[in-house]
Structure formats: C-alpha cells, structure tokens
Design a protein around this ligand. Structure first.
Ligand code: MN
Length: 263
C-alpha cells in the first residue's frame, strides 16, 4: 500500500533553506512547500517562495477497483496521464516566474491557458481517485442524501442526470456534482477538458472522468457501460466530507439568491 501524500510537495527530502539557513519545510499535510528559484535573480526581482504540485499516491492498489475499472487503466491513468498534468502545471509556473523576472509577458496568455488546463487536470484527478474506493457504491446518507433529495428530487433522478451529463460530454471532459455556494445548492456540471464550462464558485464534490483514456482500453466504444459501472466505486464518505467542507465556503455576495438559506 503506497503512502499518502498531499497534493503539494512537503517531502522532507526536498527541504529548502533560505539565506539565513532556516528550513522551509512545513509539517506533513501542510498546504505549501516553498522553495527558492534556483536561477540567477535580477537585482530588482523579489524572491517568491513557490509551491510545487505533486502526484498523490492512490490509497488503494491499481487493481482494487476491478471489475469496474481495470488495473491497467488505473496504472496508466494515474502514473502517466495524471502525472503529466502535475509536471506541466509546475513547468508552467516556472515559465511564468522566468518571464516575470525578465518582465517579459509575451507568453503570458498561453501560459495562463496551460496553467488552467494542467492545474485543473491535477485537481480533478486528485478528487476522482479519492471519490472511489474498493467495494464502493451504494448511496449517500445523512445531510448529503437530504440535499440530493431536495435539489434533484431523489437519488435515482440525480444518478440518471449525472450519468447522462457524463456520457454526453462532447470531446474530452468530465461530469461533476458541484456545490454552488451562493444559492447553497447542488448542481451537476459538464466540464470541457478540465477547466471550462464550470460556474464560478462551484466546488466539485464528485467527478467522473469522461476522457477516452478513462475507459477505452476496457470498454472500447461502450462508454455508457463505464458511466454505469463507476457508480459501483463511489466512496460516499469522501463525497460527504467534501460536501460538509464546501458548505463552509462563503463568497461574501449576499442577496444574490433567494430564498436565502442559513446552512
Ligand atoms: Mn483522466
């Protein structure tokens, strides 16, 4: 069983030191691993501690979601596809840093596009792995079940909608259950690539990878079978925990929905 790692680097092996020799490392589970840029710095450039994104280990074996998702798919999906998004997000931030040092922003628009794509890919895959578990499935309980009932009219209606949302993505993308903090309600969402077509403020609770790389080796063109099978892998404890965390978000834009909810 691989060890757990946070999404941002906190590995003691990469502890950095500032000029006074103090370590930058933070306790395990901390959000940011600062480091100093290694390249020569211009006299006027302010050093900025940079966090690096890292590939989190899976909390189960590659084959643990079979027969619903094959171990071969999981190994490639996590170790190749997801890792590439992590690496590219870090590379893009480094390129932004280089440009900023030179005050050369000629590539900034394409770098912003690359960052949105790769960082969003990292976020969604990291959530997706945690949304699943061996012997998962069943249904949510408690307050999440109540919210699904309230906002979709029942679990079966929600399941049918999110399955269809995922199966009808044009091109590459994701189906998602999101929490919308202004009206304090649940919504489904079709995400194009990794980063488009999301409502601002929407927080992903449950995501379904609808890229061909998520299913093609096993399901070929029978993608609807994949979008059905994935319901046997859901870790509702994780999804419920995300729901409770998301409900604490306050965008500080009052009077933007009615009726106003207090919780
Ligand atoms: Mn993917």
């Amino acid at each position: 069983m691989p060890g757990r790692r946070p999404l941002l680097e906190t590995s003691p092996s990469r502890i950095g030191h500032d000029r006074a020799g103090r370590e930058h490392s933070q306790p395990r589970g901390g959000a940011i691993k600062p480091r100093r840029a290694a390249r020569p710095l211009g006299a006027t450039h302010k050093e900025v501690p940079m966090a690096r994104y890292v590939l989190p280990d899976l909390e189960y074996d590659f084959g643990a979601l079979e027969p619903h998702i094959s171990g071969h798919i999981m190994e490639l999906h996590h170790g190749k596809h997801h890792k590439t998004y992590v690496d590219k997000a870090n590379e893009t931030l480094e390129q932004m840093d280089e440009g900023r040092q030179k005050r050369d922003f000629s590539r900034i628009a394409s770098l912003e596009k690359a960052l949105a794509f790769n960082l969003s890919g990292h976020v969604l895959h990291s959530i997706f792995w945690k949304n699943m578990r061996p012997k998962g499935g069943d249904r949510p309980k408690g307050e999440l079940a109540h919210a699904i009932e309230r906002d979709f009219g029942g679990f079966e209606a929600f399941k049918a909608q999110l399955t269809e949302v995922s199966a009808t993505v044009m091109g590459s993308g994701w189906g998602a259950l999101v929490y919308e903090p202004i009206a304090q309600r649940l919504l489904t969402c079709q995400i194009y690539d990794h980063q488009s077509n999301l409502s601002q403020g929407g927080i992903a609770l449950l995501v379904i990878d609808a890229w061909e790389h998520a299913y093609y080796l096993q399901y070929k063109n029978q993608k609807t079978a994949f979008f059905q099978a994935v319901w046997n892998t859901w870790n509702w404890d994780d999804i419920e925990a995300r729901f409770h965390a998301a409900r604490k978000v306050n965008l500080l834009v009052p009077h933007a929905a009615e009726p106003e909810r207090t919780a």
